[in-house]
Design a protein around this ligand. Sequence first.
Ligand code: C5P
Length: 229
Amino acid sequence: MNSAATGRVAAIIPAAGSGIRLGADIPKAFIELAGISLLTRSALAMSVVADVIVVAAPTNELKQASDLLADVDAEVHVVAGGEQRQDSIANALKVLPEDVSIVLVHDAARPLIPVEVSQRVVSQLRAGAQAVIPVLEIADTIKKVDSANKVISTVDRNELRRVQTPQGFTRAAIDQAYANPEIVATDDAGLMEVLGIEVVTVIGDERAMKITTAHDLQIATALIGVTND
Ligand code: C5P
């Protein structure tokens, strides 16, 4: 395997989730934002930094996913997703070419990721980090509540960060994390924490927002309008 200083970069795009929370009856990644699907937008953004792109698509929609990736300038693979996001990523890891030394994992649901964020992640990995995540500070005051929604305490927001994607890992680190299917976490950096691998942060970007609800889709549409001005 090549070292992270020199090997090829791959981006895994988990895109096998449903569109239920968006009120859509098609997979979320196939929903269009100003006429271009979330999947196409995310893959085009990743292709600026990645040589290889592996998309985990809904099992019955592999052809449609491939069609949406026709104009992406990278070595593109489409695999079937799994029950959970982590299963989808595990399936994608299985087809990575041998010479890939850096693996980015980027949610299809974050289509407006600016290239600078991906570049910040890759450059930290090239410089020797094993795991890198883009993060943002928190503007709101955060309260901890009990099961009856009564306030227990105020959490120090200076110690908290919102985490975005692409999260980046050396091939060795992500292979190690996924070699052990019993380890479960809500994001890939969480797997690294369980393994005791140091996770470095870089500055994210509000445009890398995750589209979960119809309201998010409206905000993203407005952001495109601003960007095009
Ligand atoms: O559902 P959520 O927005 O948290 O999903 C984050 C990303 O993971 C989305 O891009 C979604 O398509 C993907 N996903 C997946 N396989 C699943 C569930 C979610 O690839 N089983």
